[in-house]
Ligand binder design. Structure first.
Ligand code: NAD
Length: 461
């Protein structure tokens, strides 16, 4: 059986041949991935339905179309991205030229989670290939059908010396992160992220950590409540709430709290009918352990809508919760499921003060028409990203880098940011061999005061 080290050695040897560097190779590999996605769409959708009860329309957009659009964008922009960037050099180095050239890192490791198992494994891969790297991928063992489908797709598309997918659980993941990869790109939970970073420290391997957190959603009284409710309910109950950037809880201005709850109730009924269990558009919880974890969170407040569930089919209904205790686990840990706590506030400043004391979340959502409030919230809060007057869509804006801050992660990707994440920006200074001024060499021939003047002048550009 091939060991992880042998796989790494094989990819390193391939990388050293320089085969991954030419622009044409990168674009060709991206196109191959695009064709494979198109050809394999049906078996990926079937696998996602089996693993997550994922409705096909939702899966097409959030898993397949996102990756296809990322490939299209990278292939179109790559010629520009790989171009060296000229930089001015100081007179001291004159005559000389300076530039920065993006270089591939080598062999990178990409570890994916189960909640968007296709998108979150292949989006970083697009950046890795575009930047000219070799890659080892490991999808989550908690979405086994999708893992198998992805293994087949990767095997049929790439040479294993260039891109290889390994299937397995935590044991394999631990074996992988203890190898000297040139970068580890990890998407998953905070606790596993910590383990990845510790293991990577041994080889000083740089890491990107795409983690989670409790993303707040602030609703001010001037917001159009029907639109806000629809957008919040859509972002929250997509994939049955198992989305890293789902609004975790709502903070609504007190005078409109009741009206927002009514609007959310209407939106949920509009989307999934009176019995969401029978809706073809509503997903399921990934496994029994997560189902039980969500059930235990229910005690953190008063259920005013939903709360219905079925352990057998892993159905957990869209649930609204009020009278939330701030110390309950519901408000202490990332919910990652279809439970939406609704808290109200009287003064925005108090709410912002409380938010500032919480760990920086992956996303922050705000519904208000007023620019002054938008600016105040931006100035007084911290988060990986922000979306004003909608939810989730910031992820699809590929010219906006995506990533967390502090406990919600480090490093960014999507679009150009992915290419940058998987590149080393190598600075190069090219000097002329003539003239070779003697005064720079010891022994010093100038008085200190004159040297200072000269240095100030020569170190300008
Ligand atoms: P997880 O941390 O349990 O697993 C993620 C990956 O890590 C899996 O491939 C798993 O096999 C692997 N792994 C397990 N043990 C490991 C170890 N000791 N060392 C290295 N790797 C190991 O996460 P999950 O349950 O699959 O995903 C849910 C979490 O991911 C949530 O917290 C969510 O917020 C977060 N998430 C973040 C993003 C983002 O983009 N920031 C996206 C999706 C999910």
């Amino acid at each position: 059986m091939t060991t992880v080290r042998e796989i790494l050695d094989e990819q390193r040897a391939f990388f050293r041949t320089g085969a991954t560097r030419p622009l044409e190779f990168r674009v060709e590999q991206l196109r191959r991935l695009q064709d494979a996605l198109k050809a394999g769409e049906n078996f990926l959708l079937q696998a996602l339905a089996k693993d997550l009860g994922r409705p096909a329309p939702e899966a097409v957009v959030s898993e397949i179309a996102m990756v296809a659009a990322e490939i299209e964008y990278a292939a179109a922009k790559l010629r520009r991205w790989v171009r060296p960037q000229r930089r001015r050099v100081p007179l001291l180095a004159f005559p000389a030229s300076g530039w920065i050239q993006p270089e591939p890192l080598g062999v990178v490791l990409i570890l994916g989670p189960w909640n968007y198992p296709v998108q979150l494994l292949l989006m970083p891969l697009v950046g890795a290939i575009a930047a000219g790297n070799c890659a080892v991928l490991k999808p989550s063992e908690l979405a086994p059908e999708t893992s198998r489908a992805l293994a087949r797709l990767i095997r049929d598309t790439f040479s294993p010396a260039h891109v290889r997918l390994l299937e397995g659980g935590p044991d394999l993941a631990e074996a992988l992160v203890s190898e000297p990869f040139d970068k580890i790109f990890f998407t998953g939970s905070r606790s596993t992220g910590r383990r990845v970073m510790l293991a990577a420290a041994h080889h000083l391997t740089p890491v990107v950590l795409e983690l989670g957190g409790k993303s707040p959603c602030i609703v001010c009284k001037d917001a159009p409540l029907d639109v806000a409710a629809r957008r919040i309910a859509w972002g929250k109950f997509l994939n049955a709430g198992q989305t890293c950037v789902a609004p975790d809880f709502v903070l609504v201005e007190e005078p409109v709290c009741e009206a927002l709850i009514e609007a959310l109730t209407r939106a949920i009924r509009e989307f999934f009918g009176d019995n969401p269990r029978r809706s073809a558009d509503y997903g399921r919880i990934v496994n029994r352990a997560h189902f039980e974890r969500l059930r235990s969170l229910l005690s953190g407040g008063r259920v005013i809508l939903g709360g219905d569930m079925d352990a057998e089919s892993l159905y957990f209904g869209p649930t609204l919760i009020t009278d939330v205790s701030p110390d309950a686990p519901l408000m202490q840990e990332e919910i990652f499921g279809p439970l939406l706590p609704i808290l109200s506030f009287r003064h925005l400043d108090e709410a912002l003060e409380w938010l500032a004391q919480q760990p920086a979340p992956l996303a922050l959502y705000l519904f208000t028409r007023q620019r002054a409030i938008q600016e105040r919230v931006l100035a007084r809060t911290r988060s990986g990203g922000v979306c004003i007057n909608d939810t989730i869509l910031q992820v699809a804006a590929r010219e906006l880098p995506f990533g967390g801050l502090g406990p919600s992660g480090m490093g960014v990707y999507h679009g150009h940011a992915s290419f940058q994440t998987f590149s080393h920006y190598r600075p190069v200074l090219r000097r002329s061999l003539f003239p070779d001024w003697r005064w720079r060499y010891p022994p010093s021939r100038l008085a200190l005061s004159r040297l200072k003047c000269l240095a100030r002048w020569l170190l300008r550009w």
